[in-house]
Design a protein. Structure first.
Length: 126
């Protein structure tokens, strides 16, 4: 995902659009694409602001969000379960294919951590 242009540049390009009267002229002046200048003008007209929109998917809207409570309950019941085992169980019981890394993110967001004890074994705790 690309990084948004700075607010300062956005303001200067928009001011140049209003001063010059064309998006292409303002774009040439600041070395941005004409499409960027057009999108800035459209954004100002639609929202009244030049601030960049939020990027990415909203939190909690992935396919695992519906199964979060189930996965957390499984880990609470058996703290020694591994992520690949969780993925396999989710696939067999609910038909949802999930990568272990995705399950790790869900568990981290739920407050779980994985720490090694003095014997070098890993324990999952909340």
């Amino acid at each position: 995902m690309g990084k948004a242009d700075s607010t300062d540049l956005r303001v200067r390009v928009y001011d140049a659009i209003t001063e010059v009267g064309t998006c292409r002229g303002a774009a040439r002046r600041f070395g941005v694409s004409a499409a960027t200048a057009v999108r800035l003008a459209q954004r100002k007209a639609q929202t009244g602001s030049l601030a960049p929109a939020r990027q990415g998917r909203p939190a909690g809207s992935g396919k695992l969000s519906a199964f979060r409570a189930i996965v957390v309950a499984w880990v609470d019941a058996d703290g020694e379960v591994t992520l690949p085992e969780l993925a396999k169980r989710l696939a067999t019981e609910h038909g949802v294919v999930a990568h272990p890394t995705s399950l790790s993110r869900v568990l981290r967001e739920a407050g779980f951590t994985v720490k090694k004890n003095s014997a070098g074994q890993r324990n999952r705790s909340r």
